[in-house]
Design a protein around this ligand. Structure first.
Ligand code: NAD
Length: 454
């Protein structure tokens, strides 16, 4: 597999893909090793993850450099990602013992009813490239802590990062048999689907997720999907500070080049403040530095995947054909690398692909609304259900709107935010199941109900 730096289009590495028989062999190793891993006291598994947590910090700069070179993320955003991953690991370190412990749910004279949380067995972690550390740790850390073996397939666009994660986990004391690295793309993923694994945890696009869900259904094992989004933000007419709201919206839309599942993907603005908000938003956008990921101050690097350029071009031209106004950006830029200008389209409407299909890039549509009812109707007009955000000075107004959203996360005066304490979950085409929080610890277990008489 050729690994290309998306900023320079240079070949940075060649790594071997796992062939079918190698994947089968890794599965058998994992299957044989998992029961003794599960029998170890949780304290021993926690100890390994604690070492991993420390090694991430000690090697942060080198790891961030590989992440930045491979996916094109600005170096400081790569460091932020590793820091963020460590925060999530800390949550699992602090909370797993509590949520994995046996629970007595009922007792009376001569009877104890006890719930215990057993590992699923060998689980697949088929992962995405946009935040390979963050989306990875959501799965493999709680899976390993609960006593599972993991077949970890990083995205083919983040294979070097996957290799670094694998090396570091093994260095932390995780037995090689219980954390198996699978290098490859769609074919390697398909081979995991062919094997009799005990659970499938997927992060990626709706299209692949739906396919995986259908394939796994036959097996009758847990299958969790963290998929895409078309996340709306609504700026009401009573925001205290329009410039601050515009800055937050810009960051939500363009951080990581818009390649976030919970990026702000469409903005609705109350007509009373529409001109002021648009002006502030464009001002923020024009101030962004686009450049080499390694350069100080770069906010926008290249897109990770070349193919996304044509998706964005199509969305922009479709929007302009349907009455959109291009205020800035709109095209590819730079002689080398997969760069796309940060793009703002106003006068957007729901006939446009830009307001309906995941952009996963630095383009945003802004639409004017007359009132909260219109905003709610438009925010809900989507197949996706990951997050929704409202900016207003009035919490009751925000909650009244957010209650109507069919989304896994709801934000008041914030956006593009994930917390380890809360479940991360999508609805409809954004996925099924939850990671993070206590739900994301228990997701890697199956309940056993003990009825104990005596
Ligand atoms: P993708 O669906 O193209 O690939 C995801 C993974 O699936 C990769 O490892 C890929 O090799 C593998 N794969 C592809 N085809 C397969 C098949 N037929 N069988 C088995 N495995 C297969 O997605 P991507 O481009 O890596 O990621 C971008 C998408 O992920 C966006 O839609 C984004 O919104 C979403 N995402 C969601 C979350 C979330 O938490 N909800 C987080 C990050 C990314």
């Amino acid at each position: 597999m050729n690994i290309i730096n998306p900023a320079t289009e240079e070949l940075i590495a060649e790594i071997a893909q796992d062939a079918k028989d190698a994947i089968e062999q890794k599965f058998h190793q994992a299957k044989n090793a998992q029961p003794s891993w599960a029998l170890k006291p949780l304290a021993e598994r926690l100890k390994c993850i604690q070492v991993f947590y420390e090694l991430l910090e000690q090697n942060k700069h080198a790891l961030a450099k590989t992440l930045s070179d491979e996916v094109g993320k600005p170096l400081n955003q790569a460091i932020n990602e590793i820091n963020g991953a460590r925060k999530r690991i800390k949550f699992f370190l602090d909370n797993s013992a509590h949520y994995l412990a046996d629970e007595i749910l009922y007792q009376e004279e001569g009877l104890i009813e006890k719930l215990s949380h057993e590992p699923l067995g060998v689980v697949a972690n088929i992962s995405a490239w946009n935040y390979p550390y963050l989306v990875g740790v959501n799965v493999f850390i709680p899976a390993l802590l609960a006593g599972n073996a993991v077949m970890y397939k990083p995205s083919e666009y983040a294979a070097l990062v996957g290799k670094n994660i694998h090396d570091l986990l093994l260095k932390s004391g995780i037995p090689a048999e219980v954390f198996q690295l699978i290098i490859g793309g769609r074919e390697a993923g398909e081979q995991l689907l062919d094997l009799p694994l005990d659970g499938y945890f997927f992060t990626g696009s709706y299209r692949t997720g739906k396919y995986i869900y259908e394939r796994v259904a036959q097996k009758m094992v847990p299958c969790q999907l963290e998929l895409g989004g078309k996340d709306p933000m609504y700026i009401t007419d009573d925001v205290a500070d329009i410039a601050k709201a515009a800055e937050a919206a810009m960051e939500g839309a363009f951080y990581n080049n818009g390649q976030s599942c919970c990026a702000v993907e469409r903005i609705y603005v109350h007509e009373h403040i529409y001109p002021a908000f648009v002006e502030a938003f464009v001002k923020e956008t024009l101030a962004l530095k686009l450049g080499l990921p390694s350069e100080e101050g770069t906010f926008l690097g290249p897109l990770t995947r070349k193919e996304q350029i044509s998706v964005l071009e199509q969305q922009v031209s479709d929007a302009l054909n349907k009455g959109g106004k291009l205020l800035t950006g709109g095209k590819r830029t730079g002689e080398k690398g997969y760069y796309f200008q940060p793009t703002v389209v106003t006068d957007a409407n729901h006939d446009m692909l830009l307001m309906r299909e995941e952009s996963f890039g630095p383009v945003i549509g802004i639409q004017k609304v007359a009132n909260d009812d219109e905003a709610v109707r438009l925010m809900k007009d989507t197949e996706y259900g990951l997050t929704a955000a409202v900016y207003t000075s009035n919490r009751d107004r925000a909650e009244a709107i957010l209650k109507q959203m069919d989304t896994g996360s709801a934000y008041w005066n914030c956006c593009d935010r994930v917390s380890a304490h809360l479940p991360w979950s999508g609805r409809k085409h954004s996925g099924i199941g939850a990671t993070l929080s206590y739900l994301g610890i228990r997701a890697f277990t199956k309940p056993k109900a003990y009825h104990l008489r005596g």
